[in-house]
Design a protein around this ligand. Structure first.
Ligand code: ZN
Length: 269
């Protein structure tokens, strides 16, 4: 562990299951105590019957710290910040696999940039065993759309992020699932071509912020009868490379250090 309280990204898998009252994924490390303590206090020992996770790609902790105005809605919608270190190599399939299995790459089987099917136990499997209905929303061919397939659950796959976010809002309103995982590749996508601090990249970060706020507004308005655990939770960070481009995958703080944002909303009716 690099510093006090900075646990590995694997600590999120069991923490999400803890929040939802499900057993932990079989190969998972113990849950992140910042989250379990927060959940216990927020729900007074109860559990969340709805999960909503927004998964932006490549939003580094240093970018969040340097441009607080671009994540001000994320900050105002959440009260718990969880500093984390992601896995190596710090690329999307490796990191989301550790995020949602709670296991090291050598255990879950994705050890390089490879969108291979995860066959070990995941948060999704654990939720299904607990009688819950999870759903993944993601873009075509991305890691979140491919590595967690072949589970008895629904996957909605989109060509573009605007369509996905609009559909996510509709789905949240219908309230037919118990756990929603909404992946957003847009910052990562632009960051590779324009650099982490390129104007177009920062504009995408602001779009992530606005989308999360809008979806949280839907959650708060339509899920009053549920205990909700929600989060803005990324996979890895990023750094600038020659030519004003952006990259990630290396063993450096810029790529490895991330910060998740979580909110528990106890039911109000
Ligand atoms: Zn990337």
């Amino acid at each position: 562990m690099a510093e006090q309280n900075r646990m590995m990204i694997e600590s999120i898998a069991a923490a999400l299951c803890y929040a939802a009252g499900a057993e932990f994924p079989k190969e998972s490390c113990p849950p992140n105590p910042l989250i379990t303590e927060y959940v216990d206090q927020a729900f007074q020992g109860g559990k969340a019957d709805r999960l909503f996770l927004y998964n932006p790609d490549a939003v580094a902790e240093w970018v969040v710290d340097k441009y607080p105005g671009l994540v001000e809605k994320v900050k105002s919608e959440t009260e718990l910040q969880v500093p984390l270190q992601t896995e190596m190599p710090s690329v999307t399939p490796v990191c989301f696999a550790s995020f949602y299995t709670g296991a090291k790459p050598i255990v879950h089987g994705i050890t390089k940039y490879e969108k291979k099917l995860i066959t070990i136990d995941t948060v999704f499997d654990a939720l299904i065993r607990a009688g819950k209905k999870p759903v993944i929303l993601a873009q075509h061919d991305c890691s979140m759309a491919t590595i967690f397939r072949e589970r008895p659950m629904d996957y909605f796959i989109f060509d573009d992020i605007e369509e996905e976010i609009a559909f996510a809002a509709e789905l949240l309103m219908k309230d037919e699932y118990d756990a929603y995982f909404v992946y957003d590749y847009s910052y990562d996508h632009v960051m590779h071509r324009r650099g982490p601090e390129g104007l177009d990249s920062l504009a995408q970060l602001k779009c992530n912020d606005a989308a999360f706020e809008m979806l949280m507004t839907v959650v708060k308005r339509h899920w009053k009868k549920h205990n909700v655990f929600a989060g803005f939770a990324m996979d890895h960070g990023c750094h600038e490379i020659d030519g004003g481009l952006g990259s990630h995958g290396l063993d450096m703080k810029e790529d490895l250090f991330i910060r998740h944002f979580y909110q528990a909303i106890p039911k109000s009716e």
